[in-house]
Design a protein around this ligand. Structure first.
Ligand code: AMP
Length: 281
């Protein structure tokens, strides 16, 4: 595995791969890697000749300074996991490398960024688009892999890719959520939970599961109320939003259609903000 820290260094190695006309899969991450990230790398390895992984904690997508400072970082452990996962090149730039000057680009996502996460994390998706578009232009992969864990992000990346980067011909692949044995969606932020918060966190996926299964018994409004109340019963947990949305346009639905509807939540567990979602099958 080759570790590169600058665009110049990356290009030097990458030139050979690109010249070989083999296919490249790209997995962008913020590090503190876990099985969720590794599942994307595995899928990329299966579908491409080479896999490039980036690790970059992108300040532009953090709307909360404490969250950025506390974001878990563990480069050595990440490199170990990447080596085992058969990543070919890892790109680990620093902030000056990615933002030599201020990025003032403002992206338009046809309203997708004004819902759910966008309502509570101002500028978050614009920051995501800034970094992902920069990385796409450097790496120019055939395919790029994103987790359904960040359901809205995947939709926004697809929109950005179609509207702004069509010339690069990158296929966006969305992969299933990987969960802990007890159902908690894997996330780098889970490392920040204390023992009591970690126990509480299970309630999020359990409650989603319970009501997704019973979706036909209640109205959408009743479901939202029941899920909110049940999660909030735990003293560590506080629901920020629950939306039941259409898989395509992410708009709130009045009627749940299996195969086309997803329950999405954001919950504070103590100080740590967790997101999860579950599709109605
Ligand atoms: P992050 O490092 O949190 O920015 O995540 C990098 C990529 O990994 C994103 O596409 C995430 O959606 C994906 N990812 C994070 N957690 C999971 C998970 N539990 N299962 C599947 N993909 C995930």
């Amino acid at each position: 595995m080759i570790i590169t820290r600058t665009k110049k260094e990356f290009d030097r190695y990458y030139k050979l791969i690109k010249e070989s006309k083999k296919t490249v899969g790209f997995v962008p991450t913020m590090g503190a890697l876990h099985e969720g990230h590794l599942s994307l790398i595995k899928r990329s390895n299966k579908e491409n000749n080479f896999t490039v992984v980036s690790i970059f904690v992108n300040p532009a997508q953090f709307n909360n300074a404490t969250d950025l400072i506390n974001y878990p970082r563990n480069e050595e452990k990440d490199f170990d996991l990447l080596l085992k996962a058969l990543c070919d090149i890892v790109f680990v730039p620093d902030v000056n490398e990615m933002y030599p000057e201020r990025d003032n680009r403002v992206f338009e996502f046809n309203g997708l960024d004004r819902l759910m996460e966008g309502k509570y994390r101002e500028g978050h998706f614009n920051g995501v688009a800034q970094i992902v578009s920069k990385l796409f232009k450097i790496i120019k992969p055939n395919r790029a892999y994103f987790g359904r864990k960040d359901f809205q992000q995947a939709a926004i990346i697809k929109s950005m890719n179609n509207n702004y980067l069509k010339d690069l011909h990158i296929e966006i692949v969305t992969c299933d959520i990987i969960r802990e044995k007890d159902g908690l969606a894997m996330s780098s932020r889970n490392q920040l939970l204390n023992e009591s918060e970690r126990k509480s966190a299970v309630r999020i996926s359990q409650t989603l599961n319970k009501y997704v299964k019973q979706y036909s018994k209640y109205s959408v409004q009743e479901l939202i109320k029941k899920i909110t109340d049940e999660i909030n019963q735990d003293y560590n947990l506080k629901v920020e939003y629950i939306d039941i949305v259409d898989d395509e346009d992410l708009q709130n639905v009045n009627k749940i259609v299996p195969g086309k509807t997803t329950f999405c939540v954001a919950v504070y567990d103590g100080e740590i903000r967790l997101i999860d979602n579950l599709a109605v099958k």
